[in-house]
Design a protein around this ligand. Structure first.
Ligand code: NAP
Ligand code: GDD
Length: 359
């Protein structure tokens, strides 16, 4: 019997971590994820693939750790001995990074450096190559210097989060060039799914829509509706991460759909799905604005398509629909023909939630 390839994922409990774990398990890997200690469990996105490690054949293992804790990262690396590391962990909310810049930069920027240093020493000592994927972001293009954005487009970050991602990007390049690490940067444009965090704009909209239809929410408060994003499907995007680490040589790749749409267009399609007019529900609240905004993102995925053979499989409209459908189902609502909706739950006990109001 051959030993399975072993991968280590930071951010395994996140949207991408969960889809990547599924993909790697399907490919026969043994998957190790780093989770943070929290007072309540937040493993919802991976519970369906988790197996009791006492069981023979279990292939998903979790380890406590944190990107701000270099000692533990080294210890986990030594214990797991992975051949691939995917660094997906981050305080990934751009607006929140303005509120908590030091922590964001520590986790996103220094966290990446801590892992790179750990790999450098481990590889030097053992002679075992560890392939490294860094979760870079289209936010690094910020005030865009070229349309569409490609691998050669200069960065112009506009938030603490984006500045930290630029630092992590260049450290990854630097460790590749200085120490010969097999280290790749994915420059991923926005990617969404029913597992998207509830305060990112797409999921905030689809979740609020389901609550409005269920009678649990009357209004949806939002910020800048004019911003444009290149939105794809998260499940497609984790495939690109994996493909990058299967190439002969390490490199950096833009992963995007090549289309851009405004928040208004997202609202049109989402509310239109259940025959509602979003203008009747959406209100402006300035607390959702950012001190500096990224107005337009649109990526050119030509290199990923040619060199990785990667293609997005879901259109913008399909993405909005699949997210709306999932949130309606989550509320116990069944979309009927023509997309009218049949409430199947008792909505009498309505309560506001923290999630409905935090940026
Ligand atoms: P996400 O859903 O916010 O997940 C972030 C993950 O990082 C969670 O597992 C989180 O753990 C973990 N994490 C946060 N702080 C940490 C720390 N200090 N130490 C260790 N782990 C920590 O993000 P995502 O959408 O899956 O994105 C994955 C990565 O891709 C992130 O680095 C993000 O910045 C980047 N990215 C995302 C997009 C996108 O559109 N989704 C685009 C470009 C780049 P908890 O569950 O405990 O919070
Ligand atoms: N979150 C949020 N909430 N965004 C809003 C709102 C609101 O109420 N109203 C308008 N927006 C606008 C934001 O100002 C931004 O222009 C756009 O919606 C998208 O915001 P987010 O969904 O929060 O995503 P993001 O583009 O800032 O960042 C995401 O994508 C990056 C890749 O480009 C995150 O996933 C980052 O981690 C990722 O790197």
């Amino acid at each position: 019997m051959t030993t399975p390839k072993r991968a280590l994922i930071t951010g395994v409990t996140g949207q991408d971590g969960s889809y990547l774990s599924e993909l790697l398990l399907e490919q026969g890997y043994e998957v190790h994820g780093i989770i943070r200690r929290t007072s309540t469990f937040n493993t919802d996105r991976i519970d369906h693939i988790y197996e009791d490690p006492h069981q023979e054949g279990a292939r998903l293992f979790l380890h406590y750790g944190d990107l701000t804790d270099g000692t533990t990262l080294r210890r986990v690396l030594e214990a797991v001995q992975p051949v691939e590391i995917y660094n997906l962990g981050a305080q990934s909310h751009v607006r929140v990074s303005f509120d908590c810049p030091e922590y964001t930069v520590d986790a996103v920027g220094m966290g990446t450096l801590r892992i790179l240093e750990a790999i450098r020493d481990y590889q030097h000592r053992t002679g075992i190559q560890v392939r490294f994927y860094q979760a870079g972001s289209s936010e690094m293009f910020g005030l865009v210097q070229e349309v569409p954005q490609r691998e050669t487009t200069p960065f112009y970050p506009r938030s603490p989060y984006a500045c930290a991602k630029v630092y992590a990007h260049w450290q990854t390049v630097n460790y590749r060039e200085s120490y010969g690490l097999f280290a790749c940067n994915g420059i991923l444009f926005n990617h969404e799914s029913p597992r998207r965090g509830e305060t990112f704009v797409t999921r905030k909209i689809t979740r609020a829509l389901a609550r409005i239809v269920a009678g649990q929410q009357k209004k949806l408060y939002m910020g800048n509706l004019d911003a444009k994003r290149d939105w794809g499907y998260a499940k497609d995007y984790v495939k690109a991460m994996w493909l990058m680490l299967q190439q002969e040589a390490p490199d950096d790749y833009v992963v995007a759909t090549g289309e851009t749409h405004s928040i208004r267009e997202f609202l049109d399609i989402a509310f239109g799905y259940v025959n509602l007019n979003w203008q009747d529900y959406v209100e402006f609240d300035e607390r959702y604005l950012r001190p500096a905004e990224v107005d337009l993102l649109i990526g050119d995925p030509a290199k990923a398509k040619t060199q990785l053979g990667w293609e997005p499989s879901v259109t913008f409209e399909q993405l909005v629909h699949l997210m709306v459908e999932a949130d309606l189902k989550g509320m116990g609502l069944v979309p009927l023909n023509g997309h009218s909706v049949q409430p199947v739950i008792d909505t009498a006990t309505l309560r506001p939630t923290v999630l409905s109001s935090l940026p």
